[in-house]
Design a binder for this molecule. Sequence first.
Ligand code: G3P
Ligand code: CA
Length: 357
Amino acid sequence: MRHRFTFARSVALFALILQTGCTAFTVSPQASRPEPVPEPLVIAHRGASGYLPEHTLESYALAIEQGAHYIEADLVITADGVLIARHENNLADTTDVAEKFPGRRRTGMVDGQQVDGWFSEDFTLEEIKTLRATERLPFRDQSSNGKFLVPSFDEVIQLVLSRSRELGRSIGIYPETKHPSHFAALGLPLEEPLVAALERHDLDRADAPVFIQSFEVGNLRKLDGFTDAPLIQLLSAPTLAPFDQESAGTGLTYGDMITDAGLREIATYADGIGPWKGLIVPRDEEGDLAPPTNLIDRAHAVGLAVHAYTFRSEARYLASQYDGDPGAEYRQFFSLGVDGVFTDFPDAATRAARNLQ
Ligand code: G3P
Ligand code: CA
């Protein structure tokens, strides 16, 4: 049984509280002293990706300006073993790789799917540094296309630490291992360079403002063996399965993992869960809200923190019951007890979290 949850999470939260001052105090009926009530964590999903191209230093910096507590960096790896911040190893949708390296396109298998494109594992860091980021979503602002570099994980850490020092508040880092089985099979495992990077910056500690996340199970168990940093098991739709479990034929689905027994098992190697928000507030076939589940309470009952993904302010993502107000969605999740939210719009989440106080 993993015992570091309470310590790791409470230390990380209270470090943030002390350094950000983002705390209110309530007086419990049983106690004469006020108890601090931490704000839910605002986790900048791929940076302030609602405003600037995702996973760029500029997007992370904007998220910090907007008050984010943690910067999320999805990680893939290059041919020469350097972790870079990208949501997937296919670089086609978020960079100008097609223009810069037309001859390097190929088809490959990634997590059991045939993918056509340009893959991070085929490029050195030097080559990656010739690329420029582009906006993935056509309905978002395209005016920054071609301006920003693809950052290494080390550069992300350096930015976060330097902004923490300049602002005098603790900003956390929330790396996700993307396609861990795929990269391990290529002889380019993500876990060792990830932990090495944290060690270089003295962040491989239970009380460091760090959460490491994965949709797979095997690599989180592996990480549990050699890092003290808090770990988060990501959870997708109940009918889906972690890729490592699917390829090993265990039959384990995310649906199994959100049962009481499944949550107890997660608590043996992780400190929290990162559920798709539909596991907390489901929607029906028309996209209307259904009654909330009790997942947050059941996760808390076994000592797991709950950080839900992904909150977006655009009307196309909001259920009609929120009446066009992103704040209404945050308020619902905060009232259900969520400990953190992954958001493309850290300013909106920060406003909602502060209004709670
Ligand atoms: O990591 C939490 C959330 O980011 C999971 O979804 O696909 O955006 O990485 P994704
Ligand atoms: Ca992610």
